[in-house]
Design a protein around this ligand. Sequence first.
Ligand code: CO
Length: 367
Amino acid sequence: MISLRNVRALARAATAIENQTTESRAFLEEISAHTGTGLILGITGPPGSGKSTLVDALAQAFRGQNKTAAILAVDPTSRASGGAILGDRIRMQRHHADSGIFIRSMATRGSVGGIAQATANVAKLFRHAGFDFVVIETVGVGQDEIEIARLADITVVVLVPGMGDDVQAIKAGILEIADIFVINKADYPGADRTERELHAGGWSARILKTVATEGIGIAELIDAVTSCPIRPRQLDAEAQIDHLGIAVRSIDAALQFYSGSLKLPLTLRETVPQEKVDVAMLPAGGPRIELLEPTEPDSVIGRYLAKRGEGLHHVALRVSDLAATVQALRNSGAHLLDEPRRGAGGHLYVFVHPESTGGVLLELIQS
Ligand code: CO
């Protein structure tokens, strides 16, 4: 168990996870076994909106309420900008003496997907360590920042009045991910106009005004954050295709192609009585091919073969939190075929009807 009380162990685990060392695998397993209950808060917005000052003010307010917070400052553009965000953090060094606040900066590591995944994992590490709040702060509002900010449970988009352009000029993508808008530097002229524009834009997110340099509006922001319903999007940078399910009349015949000719390794052959199906699993890179042969005609796969013939039966996507994903799908009106069930290997799975997915039966699984 990595605790926020052991700053050195925490820093070491974060470095291992960020650098994807072999040691990080053990940490990630530990984290998924004990996820923690802290709130992951994303803070994003255009440069110059005072995000760092706002995060600084939030950190102070959290400590005033006897709450702990980890701050993860992410700069996906640091190679080009020279890591300005790191300079900003010097201002926050005074928190270092205070064990309730932990600050970590992350810069670009290869692809956007790479930094999003690393950010998700380090944020999970901090929640696992027991912090009440994990704040992910991004430097700008590019596509990369949007990807990162949306990893959070709740996303705050910070704007300022009179930035020389209307709200409409700010990329719509960043407005759409907001759970809460903060108009910071609200003592500047034009704050009301920015608020009107947000209302006129039809965004349903709450709008708050702050003057972070003076601590004005920070308590209200914390209230809004802690009472905001969490969108179950939850750190799913790691959703990935797990397998493609192919309905065949005969697994033995199909294996002559997939295993014999194509040379895919055969890692699993089993019968799943509850589904009345024989299964063969063949890894193909990351994802696997799942061959499905019915054990009797009166079964899901048996009826599929009778109606449609052999072919792609379903696509299986692995998600990190199936319950949260199912909740989100229900909220959005998606048609789930059943309740999540436990499969032979102990994993949870559920099927989503093709009418909700663009015509493909979708299996969602979580190990
Ligand atoms: Co499957």
